[in-house]
Design a protein around this ligand. Sequence first.
Ligand SMILES: [Zn+2]
Length: 73
Amino acid sequence: MSDETPICSAKGCRDAAVWVLAWNNPKLHTPERRKTWLACDEHREHLSQFLGVRGFLKDVVLLSEWEQPEGSA
Ligand SMILES: [Zn+2]
């Protein structure tokens, strides 16, 4: 493991991320744009719900399988 191990996006959490949550806020982003949050196993559901209730959540993918779409960093 390197120093660049991705860390969970949940507030105060320093665990290694396992999941990528891909989301889009239609008020701010074009439809093909993807913002990403990272989540450890523990916070995947919490963060998914946060985005899900707002209608922002598009995808939940294992970090090891995630490929950033072109031009949507
Ligand atoms: Zn976490």
